[in-house]
Every structure is written in structure tokens, then in C-alpha cells.
Design a protein around this ligand. Structure first.
Ligand code: ADP
Length: 366
């Protein structure tokens, strides 16, 4: 049995017309770091809150550490939570805030001190120990909130958008801190975020949700390389994957504006049963502008005019219209073009994804 098992978990809020979460099934192993990701309103928090016990499960079974806990009170489920709005007690110092939960649980004072010492040390809060929240930065406050969770010594951490209130730079450093903490403590963690970058960089496995339904679960790179449908392909990765309406006939692929590309045999063969109108998707980094790739696929070199650029330094995005769609190519700093430049490029032929026009399923990943 896995450490946490969600079996066909459903949630229908009272008075709601339809389910907020439908048949959510997932096994989580001990020590795993799982991220739930998806657009706002897709059911991430509802699922997390059902695991925590704050929301009633209206269908299905939830097991934690071998025990069915559907009706178990939150405090008896062995979980600690960290929220976006970490309400610290304003009149208490850092150490009092961290120890407060334990005091409530009637843990002996000596024991509390030991645990607070440990948390303060592991979170780098020693010099702020006697400060009150108003004299802390956002990142330090969030570390205090983490401290409150870790001293409880629970089996599972549930985190709901814990970094949303922090500025961009702080988010990156807190991301690293939470990952480090997870490596040190090994506590099974479920982390809710709408930010695919957070999910990609922190999680062992990612669950992608849409409209209350799990779309795909897998390791970050598996989702990136093998998205099961167009939604996952578009949600994971920044800039977004490029999509085109195409028609495939044998080895010939025709774009909406009449442009044509010859598909390599291996791809054409796999599409033999899917002739006709399809959606082709390709990531920006798989649109190649370098000489070697243009030489390699010279029969299929395409042209466009750069309409816009996003210069980031280490890598750069070139925007242009091709095949009826706005396209972004991600190029290195050595391949940077200017607006108005003519661009020659190739689609890396084995990196194309093909989606069914009706179901939007990835045809090659079935
Ligand atoms: P997410 O965390 O992915 O943003 P939520 O789990 O908060 O999404 O919400 C999922 C769906 O459930 C949304 O359509 C939302 O409007 C609905 N919902 C959330 N909480 C309630 C509630 N207390 N009563 C009725 N509907 C709710």
C-alpha cells in the first residue's frame, strides 16, 4: 500500500451544479514531493483541503499511512499545513510563533524549546528569534510559517500556494529552501501551485488538473517531453508550445496558409492512421535557426520575418508568424536577430507533437 492513497475522490459543494473534483485517483509514496498544478479554479485547493480534512469528501476513499481517514478529524490525520496567508501572531516573537502550536498540544516546555531551537537553526532564523512579525521580511515570515509546520513532526506537509505573496526573487530562493528542507526532513509533501515553474523545479511528480479532472501525472521531464494532450502540452513550459492547424497526407504536412513540410518516414509512419486535419505542436527550442540544423534538414528550411524579440540574455525569444500561427523560437544569445530580420529555420522533425483535432489527445503518446 502506498503512503497516501486517493481512490476516486469526488467533491460536489452543496448547491453547486457540478463536481469541483471528479474521480481523483493517485498513490503517493512516502517521502515524495508531489505538486498539484493547473489554472485557477481547477480543483487543486479543494483536493488538498479534502486530504487535510477541512472539506468533506463527497465520494471515494482517502487512506493515509494505511488507515482510511475520510471521517478522521484534521488534527488526527498526521498532517501539517502551510498556507499562502500565513497568519502569524503579531504580538508574538518568532520563537513563540513557532512553538505556539506545540504549546496548544500541551507538549512539555523543555520539549518545545528543543524543537524550536532545531527549527530556528534549520531555517536560518537564529538572529530573528526575538523579533515580531512586523519586523520581518516576507521571506522571513514565510520561514516562520514553515517553522510552525515542521516542529509539529507530522507525517505529511500540505502546502497551498505558500509562495504566492512573495516577490519574484524571493520566490526563487524560497523554492530552493523548501526543496532543501524536503531533502533534509524527507516528509511526504503535497504542494499546490498555479505556477508550472514551481511545480517543475520542486516536485518529484506533478499532477496536472483541469476542470476538476486530473489530466496527467508524472515526473516533470516526462510531462514536458510526453504531454498526453494539448492542454498539458500548453500548460507546461514557458514560452508556451507553438500550435498549428495542419493537414497530413502521407509524408506531406500542409499548414493553414498553404506552406508545406515533408515529414520524416518515422513520423509519417506513426501518423498513417491519422491522416487529415490535425494540430501540430512544437516547443520554441525545437525550432532551429543554426546553420548545422538548417544544413541537416535543408529540404525543409522555412522563412519568416522576425516581428518581435524578447531578450533575456542567456536565451532569447524570437516571435514571427508562420503557418497561420504566431510562433516563438527560443534561440541562444549567439543567434539573436532584430525585429524585421529575415529568419531561416527548421522544425526539428522528431520533436513535433500531433494532437487529434476533436479530442486534443496526443496521437503519438497513446
Ligand atoms: P483551485 O485551487 O485550483 O484554484 P479550487 O479548488 O479553489 O480551485 O476550486 C475548484 C472549484 O470549486 C471552483 O469552480 C470553485 O469556484 C469551486 N469552489 C471552491 N470552494 C467552493 C465552495 N466553498 N463552495 C462552492 N464552490 C466552491
Amino acid at each position: 500500500m502506498s503512503f497516501i492513497e486517493l481512490k476516486k475522490i469526488n467533491k460536489k459543494y452543496e448547491n453547486a451544479e457540478r463536481n469541483s473534483v471528479t474521480d481523483f485517483t493517485l498513490n503517493i509514496e512516502e517521502k515524495e514531493f508531489i505538486a498539484f498544478v493547473g489554472p485557477s479554479g481547477c480543483g487543486k485547493s479543494t483536493t488538498l483541503r479534502m486530504i487535510a480534512g477541512f472539506e468533506e469528501i463527497t465520494g471515494g476513499d482517502l487512506y493515509i499511512d494505511g488507515k482510511r481517514v475520510n471521517e478522521t478529524a484534521p488534527k488526527d490525520r498526521g498532517i501539517a499545513m502551510v498556507f499562502q496567508n500565513y497568519a502569524l501572531y503579531p504580538h508574538m516573537t518568532v520563537e513563540k510563533n513557532i512553538g505556539y502550536g506545540l504549546k496548544n498540544m500541551k507538549v512539555p516546555a523543555e520539549e518545545i524549546k528543543k524543537k524550536v531551537d532545531w527549527a530556528v537553526d534549520i531555517l536560518g532564523l537564529e538572529e530573528y528569534r526575538y523579533r515580531k512579525p512586523k519586523n520581518l521580511s516576507g521571506g522571513q515570515r514565510q520561514r516562520v510559517a514553515l517553522g510552525r509546520a515542521i516542529v509539529k513532526n507530522q507525517k505529511v506537509f500540505l502546502m497551498d500556494e505558500p509562495l504566492s505573496n512573495l516577490d519574484a526573487k524571493l520566490r526563487v530562493s524560497m523554492r530552493n529552501e523548501i526543496s532543501k528542507l524536503h531533502r533534509q526532513l524527507g516528509t511526504t509533501t503535497i504542494y499546490v501551485t498555479h505556477d508550472q515553474v514551481e511545480a517543475m523545479t520542486m516536485a518529484d511528480r506533478i499532477v496536472i488538473m483541469k476542470d476538476g479532472v486530473m489530466q496527467q501525472v508524472g515526473k516533470p521531464m516526462d510531462l514536458y517531453e510526453h504531454p498526453i494532450n494539448k492542454f498539458v502540452a500548453g500548460f507546461i513550459g514557458s514560452p508556451q508550445m507553438n500550435f498549428y492547424n495542419v493537414t497530413v497526407k502521407g509524408e506531406e504536412m500542409t499548414f493553414e496558409d498553404g506552406k508545406k513540410i515533408t515529414l520524416p518516414d518515422v513520423v509519417a509512419e506513426r501518423l498513417a492512421d491519422h491522416q487529415g486535419a490535425l494540430i501540430m505542436g512544437i516547443r520554441g527550442e525545437d525550432i532551429k535557426v543554426d546553420e548545422q540544423n538548417r544544413e541537416l534538414y535543408k529540404a525543409n528550411v522555412q522563412q519568416a520575418v522576425v516581428e518581435n524579440t524578447e531578450v533575456m540574455g542567456n536565451e532569447n525569444n524570437l516571435y514571427f508568424t508562420y503557418g497561420g500561427s504566431l510562433t516563438v523560437a527560443r534561440v541562444s544569445k549567439y543567434e539573436l536577430s532584430q525585429m524585421g530580420d529575415k529568419l531561416e529555420f527548421v522544425f526539428s522533425p522528431t520533436k513535433m507533437h500531433f494532437f487529434d483535432k476533436e479530442t486534443e489527445e496526443n496521437i503519438l503518446e497513446k
